[in-house]
Design a protein around this ligand. Structure first.
Ligand code: NDP
Ligand code: BG6
Length: 513
C-alpha cells in the first residue's frame, strides 16, 4: 500500500509504485474516509480517541475528505458532542501555539448519531448520514468499537449489515479484551469472522503503538552492536515491567472479571516480549513481522503455577491519607481473589533463548508508574577487574534499559573507571533521553494506531493466530489459579508489591531492576 508520509510526500521507489501514486493522486478528490467511534460517549473515546484524531488532524495526517461520527445510545446533538469533545482536546503538539482555530475546524468535521448497538435500523440511519457527508465519493469507513466486549458482536453485525461501505474499504478496530481465555477468544474471533474478513479486523494493543516499543525493532535490527548480543549467549535475563501508582478506581467492575494477568500480561507485556525475542523478519511487512511473533509465542514453554506470584493491594494509610483496598471498590466483591499484581517467569524453548528467564511483572497501586524493558547481560568471562579489584559481580554486568514510559529513554549501563590517579570502577549510563534529544512531544500510541488503521497498515495490530497463541500460553495457568482459588499475597497500596516476586526472581538468580 501507498504510504503518505507525514510531510505530505509519497514514498515512491518502483515504477509500479509510481503508477499507484498517479492513481492515488487522481482518486484523491474522489475518496473520503469516515471514522465512526462506536461508544462515543465513553471514557476511552473522550480520553484517547478524539484527542488522537485531533492530533492527527493538526499534523495534517488525515485525508483531505474525512468526517468523524460519534455513535452511542446517549442522546446528544452534534453541538453537544462537539462540546464534549472540545473539553478533552489540547494543543499538546506545541503547547506555546494557540490551536483554537484548528480545533474549531476539527470540531466542524465531528457529528453524532444516537442509536442502539443491536439495531440494524439505527445503523442504517447512520449509513444515510454517512452518505450525505461522503457526497458520492468513494467511501472508506473505519469503525472504532469503543464499547464493552459483550456488545462487540451486535455492533459488528449491525454495522456490517447496514453501514459498511459499498464502494471502498470497511475496517473495524476492536479494543481489548479479546475474550478471557482461549475458548471465549476463539468464539469472539469466529463471531467476528461471520461478518468481517480477517484483514478488516484491527485488534488494538495500544502498547504496540508506543514510541519505544516501535523503536525496539529499529534498535535491534539497525544497529550492528545489539543483534549479535541478542541471545542466550550474552543475555542473562530479560525483565518486562509494568507498574501503576493508582488502583482500579472506577474500573473495578471490568477489572474483577479479568485481573492483571489478562489486563496487562497476556497482551501488553507478551506483545513486547514477542517483538523483543522474534527472529529477524523477512521484511517490515505486517505479515512477515507477525509470522515471526507467532513463532516465538508458539515456542514458549507452558507456564508453571510455581513460576507465578499473584498479589492484591490492601488499604494503606500514609501521611494522614488512607488509600483504599482493591475490595473497597463497591463494584468488587468483598471476597474477590482477583490479582491486581502478578509476576511470572517465562521461557522460550528455542535455540536463541534456551534457558533465559523472561521475568514479567505487572501491578496496580504500586509505588511508581513505569513501563520498562530491562536486559541484563552476562558477566564478563574472566573479568580482569573483578579478579584484581574485587568489584562485586553485579557491578560488572551491563544492563540495557528501554524505558517505555514515563520520560522515555534508552540507556546502557556500562562499567568505567572513575577519573583520577587511582583505579576505581564506577557504573554509568550511556543515555538516549528522549526529552533532551528531541524537542517535539512524542505522539500518543492511539495516534500511531489510528493512522495505521486508516492507511491499512496492519503491522501493529494483532492477527488472530497471534491472539490464539497468546491465550494458549496463559489459559491453563489462569484456569489453575482460579480452580485452586489461589489466594493472592496482599500488599499495601503504594508499596513495591508482594515479597513473593523477589523470591521468584531469586529462584532464577535475578534481581528486579
Ligand atoms: P465505557 O464503559 O465507558 O463504555 C463505552 C460506552 O459504551 C458507554 O459510554 C456507553 O454508551 C456504552 N455502554 C457501556 N456499558 C454498556 C452496556 N452494558 N450495554 C450497552 N452499552 C454500554 O468503556 P470505555 O470507554 O472505558 O472502554 C471502551 C472499550 O475499550 C472497552 O472494551 C474497554 O475494555 C476498552 N479499553 C478501555 C480503556 C480505558 O482506558 N477506558 C483502556 C483499554 C481498553 P451509551 O450508554 O451512550 O450507549
Ligand atoms: C489498559 C489497561 O489496557 O492499559 C489498564 O486495561 C491500564 O488497566 C492501561 O491502566 C495502561 O495504559 P497506559 O498507556 O496508560 O500505560
Amino acid at each position: 500500500p501507498l504510504k503518505k508520509l507525514k510531510d505530505g510526500l509519497l514514498s515512491v521507489t518502483s515504477p509500479e509504485e509510481l503508477k499507484d501514486a498517479a492513481d492515488f493522486d487522481i482518486n484523491k478528490d474522489k475518496s473520503t474516509v469516515t471514522i465512526t467511534v462506536v461508544g462515543a460517549s465513553g471514557d476511552l473515546a473522550k480520553k484517547k480517541i478524539f484527542p488522537a484524531l485531533f492530533a492527527l488532524y493538526y499534523e495534517d495526517c488525515l485525508p483531505e475528505h474525512f468526517t468523524i461520527f460519534g455513535y452511542a445510545r446517549s442522546k446528544m446533538t452534534d453541538a453537544e458532542l462537539r462540546n464534549m469533545v472540545s473539553r478533552t482536546l489540547t494543543c499538546r503538539i506545541d503547547k506555546r501555539e494557540n490551536c483554537g482555530e484548528k480545533m474549531d475546524q476539527f470540531l466542524k468535521r465531528c457529528f453524532y448519531h444516537s442509536g442502539q448497538y443491536d439495531s440494524p435500523d439505527n445503523f442504517a440511519e447512520l449509513d444515510m448520514k454517512l452518505r450525505e457527508h461522503e457526497g458520492g465519493r468513494v467511501s472508506n469507513r473505519l469503525f472504532y468499537l469503543s464499547i464493552p466486549p459483550n456488545i462487540f458482536i451486535d455492533a459488528v453485525r449491525c454495522a456490517s449489515l447496514s453501514s459498511s461501505s459499498t464502494n471502498g474499504w470497511t475496517r473495524v478496530i476492536v479494543e481489548k479484551p479479546f475474550g478471557r481465555d482461549s475458548e471465549s477468544s476463539a468464539a469472539l474471533t469466529k463471531a467476528l469472522k461471520q461478518y468481517l474478513e480477517e484483514d478488516q479486523i484491527f485488534r488494538i494493543d495500544h502498547y504496540l503503538g508506543k514510541e519505544l516499543v516501535e523503536n525496539l525493532s529499529v534498535l535491534r535490527f539497525s544497529n550492528l552492536i545489539f543483534e549479535p548480543l541478542w541471545s542466550r549467549q550474552y543475555i542473562r535475563n530479560v525483565q518486562l515491567i509494568f507498574s501503576e501508582d493508582f488502583g482500579t478506581e472506577g474500573r473495578g467492575g471490568y477489572f474483577d472479571n479479568y485481573g492483571i494477568i489478562r489486563d496487562i500480561m497476556q497482551n501488553h507485556l507478551l506483545q513486547i516480549l514477542a517483538l523483543f525475542a522474534m527472529e529477524t523478519p523477512v521484511s517490515l511487512d505486517a505479515e512477515d513481522i507477525r509470522n515471526e511473533k507467532v513463532k516465538v509465542l508458539r515456542s514458549m514453554r507452558p507456564i508453571q503455577l510455581e513460576n507465578v506470584v499473584i498479589g492484591q493491594y490492601k488499604s494503606h494509610t500514609k501521611g494522614g491519607v488512607t488509600y483504599p483496598a482493591y475490595t473497597d471498590d463497591k463494584t468488587v466483591p468483598n471476597d474477590s481473589l482477583t490479582p491486581t499484581f502478578a509476576a511470572a517467569a517465562l521461557f522460550i524453548d528455542n535455540a536463541r533463548w534456551d534457558g533465559v528467564p523472561f521475568l514479567l511483572k505487572a501491578g496496580k497501586a504500586l509505588h511508581n508508574k513505569r513501563a520498562e524493558i530491562r536486559v541484563q547481560f552476562r558477566h564478563v568471562p574472566g573479568n580482569l577487574y573483578n579478579r584484581n579489584i574485587g568489584t562485586d559481580l553485579d557491578r560488572a554486568t551491563n544492563e540495557l534499559v528501554i524505558r517505555v514510559q514515563p520520560d522515555e529513554a534508552i540507556y546502557l549501563k556500562i562499567n568505567n573507571k572513575v577519573p583520577g590517579l587511582g583505579m576505581r570502577l564506577d557504573r554509568s549510563n550511556l543515555n538516549l533521553h528522549y526529552a533532551a534529544r528531541y524537542s517535539k512531544e512524542i505522539p500518543d500510541a492511539y495516534e500511531r494506531l489510528l493512522l495505521d488503521a486508516i492507511e491499512g497498515e496492519r503491522r501493529l495490530f494483532i492477527r488472530s493466530d497471534e491472539l490464539d497463541a497468546a491465550w494458549a500460553l496463559f489459559t491453563p495457568v489462569l484456569k489453575e489459579l482460579e480452580e485452586k482459588k489461589v489466594i493472592p499475597e496482599y500488599y499495601p497500596y503504594g508499596s513495591r508489591g508482594p515479597v513473593g516476586s523477589h523470591y521468584l526472581a531469586a529462584k532464577y538468580n535475578v534481581r528486579w531492576g
